[in-house]
Design a protein around this ligand. Structure first.
Ligand code: HEC
Length: 145
């Protein structure tokens, strides 16, 4: 016969398996097949949220302004000089792939997008912005949306 404790243990184990099967590790597991998406989840979504919506006015919505920023070399450069991009511990190639994935994911209809190269990431990292918000303001105006 099983004791009451055994029963509790069995139910507990069962619940753990169900919970483990239903929560975010599954989403993370699926994204492992897609390295840039996984990298975004790991390194960016903590601030920018999984769907890119961010937390305006503190953290910009990545679905809104990157197309405008891409229209100028300064804007394009700014995107690679923000601390979130310069300081994330992935290789320059991985960061270029992450940024290219991000544009494809959040701006699917964007025409004439020239993919970021690892070399551009290297030079962005070498000129990390100490005052990203000032540069952002000069490119996009005062409000973060
Ligand atoms: C600690 C929070 C944080 C993390 C983590 C973070 N970011 Fe950011 N990101 C910000 C903030 C805040 C800004 C606004 C500029 C600034 O102050 O750096 C920003 C700006 C940006 C911008 C410019 C967009 C705009 O509208 O100004 C891009 C592109 C960007 N982040 C991409 C990323 C990517 C890609 C990652 C992951 C590799 C990442 N960020 C990680 C907080 C974060």
């Amino acid at each position: 016969m099983f004791s009451l404790t055994d029963r509790f243990l069995r139910v507990g184990c069962y619940l753990l398996i169900v919970i483990a099967g239903c929560t975010s590790p599954v989403a993370a597991e699926q994204k492992r097949d897609n390295p840039p998406a996984f990298s975004y989840l790991l390194h960016c979504s903590g601030c920018h949220i999984e769907d890119g919506s961010g937390d305006p006015p503190e953290v910009p919505d990545l679905r809104k302004n990157l197309d405008k920023l891409l229209r100028s070399e300064t804007g394009r450069g700014y995107m690679l000089r923000v601390p979130g991009v310069t300081d994330t511990p992935v290789t320059s190639r991985e960061m270029a792939e992450l940024m290219n994935w991000l544009i494809a994911e959040f701006y699917p209809g964007l025409q004439d997008f020239r993919p970021f190269s690892a070399e551009e990431v290297v030079s962005g990292r070498a000129t990390r912005l100490a005052n990203p918000l000032e540069v952002r303001q000069s490119l996009l105006g005062a409000t973060i949306d």
